[in-house]
Design a protein around this ligand. Structure first.
Ligand code: SF4
Length: 220
């Protein structure tokens, strides 16, 4: 089986609960959504370039970095054929596996593979234009090692994130992150909202890689 890989690289996790830790990223090309503020459109377009790699080639490549954390990302990785098989192999090789998913794909079959995979799952707010695609049944499958990430682009998004967090008791179930959509809302506005609501169960997080490197740089 061949996988369509946009890039494999070593960097620090720029967001999520492992932010700041070294990780090897396996970025799959292609996405089933089209968020208004997408910063990886280059990997998602129908004619985006990718490298076809089989399982052995991927394992060989990631092993050369001697890093324990693997972040499986995209695009959207979970609708790729053969993903379950690759995840099993990564776990068998002893890697600590985190999946970044856009929240539109059921994670049920992947949670059955192993309880040790952690998820950083987006919930697409109205500002993304993609909220109707969210798979809310995923919420009940998340636990303390997992994270829901709201990418916030406006005050309305913040209000909505608050409502969804309360409605599904998300902060009791998993970590909840508020991440400003780059260039769309001042991080300060998010902090002000948290203070106003005494919203102590969530964290604001700025995408570290966009602070350290150029915002459009790939492979970081
Ligand atoms: S889900 Fe992520 S990769 Fe897909 S369009 Fe939205 S922001 Fe881009």
């Amino acid at each position: 089986m061949k996988y369509e890989i946009a890039e494999i690289f070593e960097s620090i996790n720029g967001e999520g609960m492992k932010a700041g830790e070294l990780a090897v990223f396996i970025r799959f090309s292609g996405c089933n959504l089209n968020c208004r503020y997408c910063d990886t459109k280059w990997a998602n377009d129908a004619n985006a370039s990718y490298t076809e790699m089989d399982e052995e080639e991927i394992i060989r490549e990631v092993k050369q970095y001697h890093v324990k954390n693997i972040t499986v990302t995209g695009g959207e990785p979970l609708f790729r054929k053969g993903m379950g098989k690759l995840l099993k192999r990564l776990l068998k090789e002893g890697f600590s596996v985190e999946i970044e998913t856009n929240g539109s794909v059921s994670i049920r079959e992947f949670t059955l593979i192993s309880p040790n995979i952690s998820y950083t799952m987006d919930y697409k707010l109205p500002g993304s234009g993609m909220e109707e695609s969210m798979c809310v049944s995923n919420f009940s499958l998340l636990d303390k090692k997992d994270t829901i990430k709201f990418v916030v682009s406006s005050k309305e998004d913040l209000e909505h994130a608050y409502k969804i967090t309360e409605q599904f008791s998300l902060a009791e179930r998993c970590h909840v992150l508020l991440s400003p959509a780059f260039g769309e809302i001042e991080p300060k506005e998010i902090v002000d909202f948290m203070k106003e609501r005494h919203w102590t169960e969530v964290r604001m997080q700025i995408q570290m890689h966009k602070v350290i490197w150029d915002v459009n740089q790939r492979g970081v």
